[in-house]
Write a protein that binds this ligand. Structure first.
Ligand SMILES: [Zn+2]
Length: 128
């Protein structure tokens, strides 16, 4: 099984050698099995080994380069999202902010305007 050494040490993939050493020492202190109660020792030991393994790879430039290549290959390609253009106001909206109403898509603002318009309309209908 391949572990993400950066994740184990809680550092970014562009961490400097100093940052790696610092994170490693700090993690070693936190995860030293002697510091853990008996029933958590096995878990701590397993994690402790992962930390050592992570440092062994990341502290050697050649091993780190190989690991970086493998890691990049495993990463899913980022999903490219086209910006959305609202049909009502023509505003450009990030794809994750697009809202759907009655089968049509709108920007956040137009969506709420329509929702309130519908509500006011319903109120008016009731009064008639
Ligand atoms: Zn809009």
């Amino acid at each position: 099984m391949t572990q993400d050494h950066y994740k184990i040490l809680a550092i970014s993939a562009d961490a400097s050698p100093d940052e790696i050493t610092k994170a490693y020492r700090q993690k070693l202190r936190t995860w030293h099995p002697d510091l853990w109660p008996e029933h958590r020792k096995a878990y701590a030991t397993a994690h402790f080994k992962k930390i050592i393994q992570a440092f062994e790879v990341l502290s050697h430039p050649e091993q780190r380069a190989v690991f970086d290549q493998e890691r990049a290959a495993r990463m899913p390609a980022p999903v490219r999202q086209e910006p959305f253009i609202c049909p009502k106001c023509g505003g450009v909206t990030p794809a994750d902010k697009v809202r759907r109403l009655e089968g049509k898509q709108y920007c956040d603002l137009c969506f709420w305007k329509l929702v309130y318009e519908r509500r006011d309309q319903n109120e008016a209908d009731k009064r008639r």
